[in-house]
Structures are given as C-alpha cells and as structure tokens.
Design a protein around this ligand. Structure first.
Ligand SMILES: NC(=O)c1ccc[n+]([C@@H]2O[C@H](COP(=O)([O-])OP(=O)(O)OC[C@H]3O[C@@H](n4cnc5c(N)ncnc54)[C@H](OP(=O)(O)O)[C@@H]3O)[C@@H](O)[C@H]2O)c1
Length: 223
C-alpha cells in the first residue's frame, strides 16, 4: 500500500513512517518539500539500519499537496488548528478510495492542566471537522492515545489498544490491518466517527494523569 503522511516531519509522523515502512511505501508530506525530503532520508537511514533486508518499503519526501495524490492511506498528522486549511489544499488531490486517518487531538494546556478544546470552547471534534471538510471521503480516526516517543522507538512493543472510529467498514478493516502491523498494538472499534471525541478526549486525560503521577508515556489497554 502507498501510505502518505501529511505532517510526516513531526514526531507521530516519524513513528508511523518507521513502523509501516517494513511492508509499505511511505511518502512524508510537508509544507516544505525540502524538509520532507530531509526527514524521509533520515527515517530511511534509521529503518535500513534497524530492519535491514527484511524491509519491503521505502520512505520518500514531497510537498504535502502532491503527497496526497495516489495514496491508498492518507494520515493527517497535523495540528487541530490546521485541519481546514490543509483539507482545502488537498481535497482535489485525494482519490475517492483513499482512506483518511486522523490521529488529531484538539488539546491545550491551562492552569488546570491539559484540556480538550471542543469541550472548553464549544467546538467540534477533530474527526468531525475533517469529515466536514472532506465530504464524501472515507475518514477514520485512531492513535489518539499512542505516545510518539513509543511509536518512534521501533523496537518497542506498544502493549496497548487504540480506539478506531469510522463509518466505512472497508476503511476500518484496512486500518485495523495496518494497526496490527505495529508491534503490540490492538485496534478496538469504538463506533461511528461522530463519537470520535470519546477517543480524542482521552489524550489530555492521560497527560494529566502522567504529570500528576510521574508515569512516562502512558497508554490505554482494556482488560
Ligand atoms: N505527539 C504525540 O504523542 C501525539 C499522540 C497522539 C496524537 N497526537 C496528535 O497527532 C498529530 C500529530 O502530532 P505531532 O506531535 O507529530 O504534531 P506536531 O509535531 O506538532 O506537528 C506535525 C507536523 O504538522 C505540521 N504543521 C505544524 N503546524 C502546522 C500548521 N499550522 N499548518 C499545517 N501543518 C502544520 C508540521 O509539518 P511541516 O512543517 O513539515 O509542514 C509538523 O511537523 C496532532 O494532531 C496531535 O494532536 C500526537
């Protein structure tokens, strides 16, 4: 599969690229094509030295608009605030069959700790805004409670669950398969994209618990 990661120069993007290059071709997308190419080269070096000959895919860089073109899976690994602008720029470049994945968490920090922006400011969930701005496309959400530090460490077994929300069964099945390729990560279907906020809100909760109890990079696992 061809997987494009817009915002692939960030921490989560690096983790996705390093985990999925084992089996897939990855395009790192950025607002700055040169930055994307530099990041892709660096990730490729890390991947080659870790996986050696067992790696089937490659990692390349491109500007984010062209990175969206022809992709089977498009991860939007960008800040909440940039969803609309990014969608406006790429909507004509996305194939109808493309699966768009949102790990986006609308979160900020105030005196009380980390908070979920939609509850604080009567705004919409990240997945909701994404779906509104990419009408007719297959949007799913996942990875909200996965720490970038653990994701980037290719040798680490995540030993965690991630909640998946979406309305297209084919998209959910394909994303579940990709999630299953990440060592120790189990997809758990939560429900329709309209309840993605239930997964998104877990991230500020985890970070507050992490700070107060000095637990590094916590995750979630249902037992
Ligand atoms: N970090 C975590 O542990 C974690 C965990 C779960 C979920 N998430 C969510 O996953 C997403 C990515 O996380 P991250 O920590 O990797 O994010 P990040 O480092 O803050 O940003 C990722 C990339 O987004 C692009 N970007 C930054 N500002 C932008 C803007 N105003 N408009 C368009 N693009 C912009 C940048 O790429 P270019 O400059 O190259 O374009 C940047 O490298 C976020 O929505 C976050 O809430 C993060």
């Amino acid at each position: 599969m061809k997987i494009s990661i817009i915002g692939g120069t960030g921490g989560m993007g690096e983790g996705f690229a390093l985990r999925w290059v084992v089996n897939h071709d990855i395009i790192v997308g950025s607002r700055d094509a040169e930055k994307a190419i530099r990041s892709a080269e660096q990730y490729m070096n890390t991947a080659v030295s870790s996986y050696g000959n067992s790696m089937k895919g490659t990692i390349k860089g491109a500007d984010y608009i062209s990175s969206a073109r022809d992709s089977d899976i498009l991860i939007l690994s960008i800040p909440y605030e940039s969803i609309k602008l990014t969608c406006d720029s790429i909507s004509n470049n996305i194939r109808n069959e493309c699966i768009i994945v949102s790990p986006i968490v609308p979160m900020e920090r105030n005196d009380a700790g980390f908070t979920y922006i939609p509850f604080e400011k009567s705004m919409k969930s990240a997945a909701h805004i994404l779906a509104e701005n990419l009408p007719g496309k297959k949007v799913v959400s996942a990875f909200h409670t996965i720490s970038e530090v653990k994701l980037k460490n290719i040798n680490e077994n995540l030993d965690s669950d991630t909640f998946v929300c979406g309305d297209d069964q084919d998209a959910i099945t394909k994303l579940n398969q990709l999630i299953g390729e990440i060592k120790g990560l189990r997809p758990l279907y939560l429900g329709s994209l309209s309840i993605s906020y239930q997964a998104e809100v877990l991230t500020p909760m985890l970070l507050n618990a992490s700070k107060k109890n000095k637990i590094k990079h916590p995750g979630i696992k249902l037992t």
